[in-house]
Design a protein around this ligand. Structure first.
Ligand SMILES: [Zn+2]
Ligand SMILES: [Zn+2]
Length: 84
C-alpha cells in the first residue's frame, strides 16, 4: 500500500481539480477533503530538491517536461523525494 504521507505525494479533488502536495509527511493518516469530497491520492509525486549546505528545499509545482537542475549555495541541489 502506498503511503499518502510521503513528501511529494499529491492529492486531487475529483470535483474541482484542486491539488495538494505533501511538504512534510508525519505519522498520521492524511485525509484531505475538498468540495465535501475526499481528495484522491494520485500515483505520481512532485519531485523535491534539497540543498545539502543550507537545507533549502524546492518542490516542483508544475512539470513542464524539462529537467530542472536547481542550484543553491553554488551547489546542485539533490533530489530527496518524488519521482526521479
Ligand atoms: Zn474541490
Ligand atoms: Zn543552499
Amino acid at each position: 500500500m502506498i503511503s499518502g504521507n510521503r513528501r511529494g505525494r499529491v492529492y486531487r479533488c475529483p470535483i474541482c481539480g484542486a491539488e495538494l502536495s505533501v511538504i512534510r509527511g508525519g505519522e498520521g493518516v492524511l485525509a484531505p477533503v475538498c468540495c465535501n469530497t475526499r481528495m484522491e491520492l494520485l500515483g505520481r509525486s512532485n519531485t523535491v530538491y534539497r540543498c545539502s549546505i543550507c537545507g533549502s528545499e524546492l518542490m516542483v509545482i508544475k512539470d513542464g517536461g524539462g529537467k530542472p537542475e536547481p542550484v543553491c549555495c553554488n551547489e546542485k541541489m539533490q533530489v530527496i523525494g518524488g519521482n526521479a
